[in-house]
Design a protein around this ligand. Structure first.
Ligand code: ZN
Length: 297
């Protein structure tokens, strides 16, 4: 059984850079974390998924925590903020996460104070952790003090329900202080395909399934298109529409929504940005000889 390395070298803290028209994209990381491989691949047998990704003795696989910084020329936009620094020691031991995002931003030359906009695809703890920072005196403050934050109103409401199925995924210090202070704008888009503009060239679109209100983030400039797909397709290993996660609240919806994504992303040659793929944080997608979506060669 492999021992999975979670220690990242300093020169690997910036996971990639790309341009989309006039926009510059930088992929930063909050580090690696470990999740159960079975939960990540739902009903897919281990005999199949382990051909693509190795599991350790505890059946955990290595996942990334990618935070994309978009510089539009007018605004600096952050998409997703990793796990953050509010994990209890017990949770940190379980996930093996390292709280590297501030170090990764520094390596990329990104100052949190310059960030104008933060977008969360949904409010699971591993997507919005650095929205706020925990200080030694126990206080929690916005990490991006000059930014306007955007999330879906339904995610906050769902988190507050604290349902048995997923309450561990919703940690209110990641969003409640921002909602209470008015720094977070809560979006109300309803129905698959509903969209909202965040700023010129950046918009969100509802792609339900993983949660009822998960949104992808479109980045469009100069006729080019990138799309941060959140947990709709968490890694490049999950491109097969049926390889949905055990965590997905509505797996059938996820399958249909992935097909809806590919029907545009493949012919229009979108640059797809994955949240949880450390090794392949971005890729264009094509269909293989069996008609299955794969990373374009
Ligand atoms: Zn999630």
């Amino acid at each position: 059984m492999p021992q999975l390395a979670t220690q990242l070298e300093d020169d690997t803290l910036v996971r990639g850079r790309a341009t989309v028209g006039d926009f510059d994209l930088t992929i930063c990381t909050d580090g690696i974390y470990l999740l159960d491989g079975g939960a990540m691949f739902g009903v897919v047998p281990k005999t199949l998924w382990q051909k693509r990704i190795a599991a350790d003795a505890q059946n955990r696989i290595r996942l990334g925590l990618n935070s994309v910084v978009v510089r539009t020329g007018k605004q600096t936009v952050v998409i997703e903020t990793g796990i953050g620094n509010k994990q209890t020691p017990k949770m940190r031991a379980i996930f093996g996460n390292q709280e590297l995002l501030m170090k990764s931003y520094a390596a990329a030359g990104v100052d949190p104070d310059e960030v104008d906009i933060v977008v969360n695809t949904h409010l699971h703890f591993d997507h919005c952790g650095w929205n706020t920072t925990l200080h030694p005196d126990g206080s929690v403050t916005p990490t991006f003090k000059n930014a306007r934050y955007f999330a879906h109103a339904g995610e906050v409401a769902h988190g507050h329900l604290q349902l048995d199925r997923d309450k561990v995924s919703y940690l209110s210090p990641n969003y409640d202080p921002l909602v209470e202070s008015g720094q977070m704008t809560l979006l109300e888009l309803a129905g698959p395909g509903a969209t909202a503009e965040i700023c010129p060239g950046i918009s969100v679109e509802l792609f339900p399934g993983h949660t009822a209100q998960m949104m992808v983030v479109h980045i469009e400039s100069g006729g080019e298109h990138a799309c941060y797909v959140g947990d709709l397709v968490p890694t490049a290993h999950h491109l097969d529409p049926t390889w949905v996660m055990g965590y997905d609240l509505d797996p059938l919806r996820c399958i249909e929504e992935r097909k809806r994504l590919y029907s545009r992303a493949i012919p229009e040659q979108w640059l797809v940005l994955f949240t949880h793929d450390h090794d392949t944080p971005m890729a264009r997608i094509s269909l293989n000889e069996k008609g299955k979506p794969v990373v374009a060669g």
